[in-house]
Design a protein around this ligand. Structure first.
Ligand SMILES: Cc1cc2nc3c(=O)[nH]c(=O)nc-3n(C[C@H](O)[C@H](O)[C@H](O)COP(=O)(O)OP(=O)(O)OC[C@H]3O[C@@H](n4cnc5c(N)ncnc54)[C@H](O)[C@@H]3O)c2cc1C
Length: 398
């Protein structure tokens, strides 16, 4: 066989690809990661808000050089500026520099033995006997393929598994602003289906005077919407300052996971698999958890010389066991949120404030499993008061 040979080939050196590579090579598998860009973590397309609990669960230190700030909670705003906060007793999340974060993960993966090839865009994959042959300029032959190529998943489209619905992906855009004034301990989440249909706008503090400000929505006019939000939140003076700032964009996933994430000698992880929280679009922690499972399962498959679909199914069973229920609940809530008018959102905010529903959610200090938390908090009288809006939204769900 010509070219490089490996047990596992991973397409994509984002967090999910790197964590699966780290876990598989730690257990002795020979892993090659192929990344299309010339540098890990660039271009950056992430706000970098990661729960401290989640980071620990994916074996990433919470005090690494990538941490820019730590937050205790979030202020939530309705379309007409009603607001409540959810906070933990201690810091619950880190704001990270994703470039430095991804570099750290690459170092972890390399130290455990994985080989990372940059400037190696996989253009084609084909099956030849028991091997996958990946064409990225040179050829790599591997017994198992892990697809971790992110939201656009172009290669996966050619393999035959169902991919994400491209038309349901949201456009996200953000910018780092200096000279603002805010509470550095709290993230801001601004809901409005007129301003940000499909998600929300966010302000993530980097310090008392600087913030990462972004918005994701359906449709193509995300830039105008973000400008509008920045002017509304920080004042007209930012109108002139906008030119010359560096904006970064990306695709945000809120549609839940693909139906099947394994095949013969094949696993799909991270954004590519839709392992992203549908309420917030955050995918690093859930993708990382699934990637850890993937790394463990593929290394066993290599050890037992069994890369069959039947063996690799364990991956899907395990990850769905950990986050499947949360993803289902959160997707249900996301679909309802998408159907609400701004008036309905305002009404829901006033009920959450009057009934102090946010207190129950606060107490848990949980950032990743918020779907199930919300369902638990909305019971009895609270549910009765919310019912008219929920029924209206559910009637139009398809
Ligand atoms: C605006 C925005 C803000 C976000 N904010 C947050 C947040 O605050 N917290 C959070 O948890 N998540 C956030 N996310 C989501 C988060 O960025 C993703 O869930 C996460 O990056 C997924 O990691 P991944 O490794 O699966 O995919 P990616 O990070 O997309 O990595 C995929 C890698 O594969 C490479 N690749 C693709 N195709 C090929 C190919 N054919 N050959 C070789 N290489 C290839 C790409 O270059 C890339 O490096 C945000 C997303 C956006 C767009």
């Amino acid at each position: 066989m010509s070219g490089e040979e490996a047990d596992i080939a991973v397409i994509g050196a984002g967090p999910s690809g790197l964590i699966s590579a780290r876990e598989a090579s730690l257990r002795g598998a020979k892993v090659v990661v192929l990344e299309e860009h010339g540098e890990i973590g660039l271009p950056c397309h992430c706000a970098g808000l990661l729960s401290i609990k989640g980071l620990r669960e994916i074996n990433v230190p919470v005090d690494g050089p990538y941490v820019l700030n730590r937050v205790r909670g979030a202020y939530f705003f309705s379309p007409s500026n009603l607001s409540f906060s959810i906070e933990g007793r201690e810091h619950i999340a880190c704001v990270v520099n994703r470039h430095v974060f991804d570099l750290f993960l690459a170092e972890q993966a390399s130290k455990s033995g994985a080989i990372i090839r940059l400037n190696s865009r996989v253009r084609k994959v084909k099956r030849l006997g028991d091997y996958w042959i990946l064409d990225s300029g040179g050829e790599v032959a591997a017994k198992i393929l892990i697809d971790a190529e992110g939201a656009a998943s172009r290669i996966l489209q050619t393999i035959g598994l169902e991919t994400l619905n491209i038309s349901s992906l949201l456009s996200g855009l953000q910018v780092d602003l200096e000279g603002v004034s805010l509470n550095p301990d709290y993230v801001e989440v601004h809901f409005s289906n007129r301003l940000a249909p499909g998600l929300f706008a966010w302000v993530i503090p980097l310090s008392e005077e600087s913030a990462r400000v972004g918005l994701a929505c359906k449709g193509s006019d995300v830039r105008e919407r973000l400008f509008k939000f920045i002017k509304k939140r920080f004042g007209e003076r930012f109108d002139n300052k906008m030119r010359g700032l560096r904006f970064y964009s990306g695709l945000v996933i809120t549609q839940g996971p693909i139906k099947k994430t394994y095949g013969d000698a094949l696993l799909v992880v991270g954004d590519s698999a839709g392992q992203v929280k549908p309420i917030s679009g955050g995918g690093v922690v859930f993708g990382g958890k699934c990637a850890s499972i993937a790394g463990e399962v593929v290394s066993r498959a290599i050890g037992e010389n069994d890369a069959s679909e039947n063996f690799l199914k364990t991956y899907e069973v395990k990850w769905r066991g950990e986050i499947g229920r949360e993803l289902r609940t959160a997707l249900f809530i996301r679909n309802i949120l998408n159907k609400l008018s701004d008036r309905d959102l305002d009404k829901i905010f006033s009920i959450v404030i009057e009934e102090e529903i946010y207190r129950d959610v606060s107490e848990k200090g949980e950032m990743d499993f918020h779907g199930n938390l919300i369902v638990k908090a909305v019971r009895g009288r609270r549910l009765l008061r919310l019912l008219p809006m929920l029924i209206k939204a559910m009637i139009t769900l398809h």
